[in-house]
Design a protein around this ligand. Structure first.
Ligand SMILES: *[C@@H]1O[C@H](CO)[C@@H](O)[C@H](O)[C@H]1NC(C)=O
Length: 323
């Protein structure tokens, strides 16, 4: 039997698509103006081109970057491994992990969640260093009875300590089509993104005495398993095994990260990759506006406001409150 301890699995996608509007603004300004402005503009164009996330191929085969972790026969492959399914049944769930370990990057996955009656199931996509004082960045999708909404839970562990859960409902049905879930992780922030919309930001709050993951390489993990002791309505709704197998589908196995050996303490290209550049060091106004929209309309739970569990909220919650 597989004992699945802890509850850290996660996923998201970046929302940095406003390079276009930056370029447009510059263009208008330079009309009929000086040589130097022109030079500056070209420079700006060049740097935007350089630091924008490259177009990511959707058809990278699973086996290029990932391997199955357990219950190999419960993973099914399609279209030359560009698409896979995880199957959960009464006997076992399954999961996979990246071959490489990474220090910083942008990690995304296209996932279609278990459809129909998914109560009791959890689908996870996350980064973890899996050592004794582990760092971890999680997306966990908690299934529900047919027609009832999934919950997306996110969490961050630093030095083996978690307890930073946030929960939201999604603004779409995640079982109907593929959606993109991504994590941006650099020296400045961890951003959780759903279809390019930031749903959570965990700022580097070292200045407030809060640990931030920066020197432990992490691998990517994903899994589908039974968690009907807690997942749906706090464990009240049990998995209906007559509906098995439960199936989650995946594509988009490209990885943008600084690959490092498991014991490395720093990344060789630190500061040089697109996800390190200034426009990824903080959200811009448009991204903050979208994040606020998610927080106001879809938040179910935030550890920062749970005074019962945490009479003294963690210091980074000061920043969380300002969003
Ligand atoms: C499942 O649906 C119920 C009823 O609408 C809701 O209270 C709950 O938050 C939903 N999600 C989960 C994962 O329990």
């Amino acid at each position: 039997m597989y004992i699945y301890e802890g509850s850290t699995r996660q996923k998201a996608r970046p929302l940095f698509f406003n390079n276009h509007s930056i370029v447009e603004t510059r263009k208008t300004e330079t009309m009929g103006s000086s040589f130097w402005t022109l030079c500056l503009t070209s420079l700006l164009f060049a740097s935007v081109a350089f630091s924008a996330p490259p177009k990511r191929a959707i058809d990278v085969p699973f086996g290029r970057n990932y391997i199955p972790t357990w219950a190999f026969d419960h993973i099914k492959y399609f279209n030359g491994e560009s698409e896979i399914q995880l199957h959960l049944d009464n006997y076992t769930g399954t999961g996979f992990q990246s071959k490489g370990s990474y220090l910083f990057g942008h990690f995304s996955m296209h996932i279609k969640m278990v459809a129909g009656d998914s109560a009791g199931t959890v689908t996870a996509f996350y980064l973890s260093s899996q050592n004794s004082e582990h760092d971890e960045i999680d997306f966990e999708f908690l299934g529900n009875r047919t027609g009832q909404p999934y919950i997306l839970q996110t969490n961050v562990y630093t030095g083996g300590k978690g307890d930073k859960e946030q929960r939201i409902f999604l603004w779409f049905d995640p079982t109907k089509a593929y959606h993109t879930y991504a994590i941006l992780w650099n020296m400045y922030q961890i951003v959780f993104l759903v279809d390019n919309i930031p749903i959570r930001v965990f700022k580097n709050s070292k200045d407030l005495g809060v640990k931030f993951p920066f020197d432990q390489p992490m691998k990517l993990y994903s899994s589908l398993w039974n968690a009907d002791d807690w997942a749906t309505r706090g464990g009240l709704e049990k998995t209906d095994w007559s509906k098995a197998p439960f199936i989650a589908s995946y594509k988009g196995f490209h990885i943008d990260g600084c690959e490092a050996s498991v014991n490395a303490k720093y990344c060789d290209t630190q500061g040089k990759k697109w996800w390190d550049q200034p426009q990824y060091q903080d959200l811009d106004a448009d991204q903050y506006r979208r994040l606020k929209w998610v927080r106001q309309k879809f938040t179910i739970y935030n550890y920062c406001t749970d005074r019962v569990r945490f009479p003294h909220p963690s210091p980074e919650c000061k920043r969380d409150r300002d969003i």
